[in-house]
Design a binder for this molecule. Sequence first.
Ligand code: IPD
Ligand code: CA
Length: 263
Amino acid sequence: MIRYSANITIMMTAARKAARSILRDFGELEKLQVSVKGQNDFVTMADIKAQQIIHYELSRSRTDHGFLMEEGKIKNNINENEYTWIIDPIDGTLNFMNGIPYFAISIALNCKDKIIAGVVYDPVHNDFYWAEEGIGAYINNQRLRVKNKKTLDKSIIALGIPFLGRGDHQQHIKIQQEVMSKVAGLRRFGAASLDLAFVAAGRVDGFWEFGLSPWDVAAGIILVKEAGGLAIGIDNKENPLLTGNIVAGNVNIVQELQKILNS
Ligand code: IPD
Ligand code: CA
């Protein structure tokens, strides 16, 4: 029987409460015949409501922690406080607003430039991915391990694809062309935190994306690490939490991907 630490318990409670609001809105979206503008406002409100719930729950349990959150203005510098919560209330917003059931709540706890705990909650499937430094990575009560594939040729790799107004499209096309010639399959799911949780769970063998934000990757980084993998920068020196460029998987897969991403 797994005993959750106080931090994990607090994070889970906040995520579960936010999930109730998110799932209500997800159900409403399917029924609503709204204009594109109206739909955007509705989704923005869903994000903000969920974030308010998480913020309220976490700040009443831990009064001295900073916050770095996707929505709104509360964006403490990661090292402004000893501890900082890094939050994405709905990661995969585009999926959410189109009725695609692949989105998650992501909450991480940072202490002195290091993520020490993280949860990624997929509310549609009631899957709780969580990890804590030195304790391991889990889905609900089950331990997670990254897959141990040695080479890319049998691997399934998730990725992020740049879109309108974001990222270097030409560079991406060159990289994707190179990777797709070497792997068994590529997948673009659309929520980076959950993509990283899938790496931790061994559902996919690797993941890469450029230009993400700290709240997209923070919880996923500790999930992959505690599942025995690497979630690092495109070159070994950069910190993906700060640059937003990340590659993840077991050490073999990460090295293979890094060779292509750096060339
Ligand atoms: C997005 C998702 C997506 C990634 C984008 C992110 P959001 O987060 O993680 O997979 O490709 O770059 O912005 O906007 O849905 O919270
Ligand atoms: Ca996000």
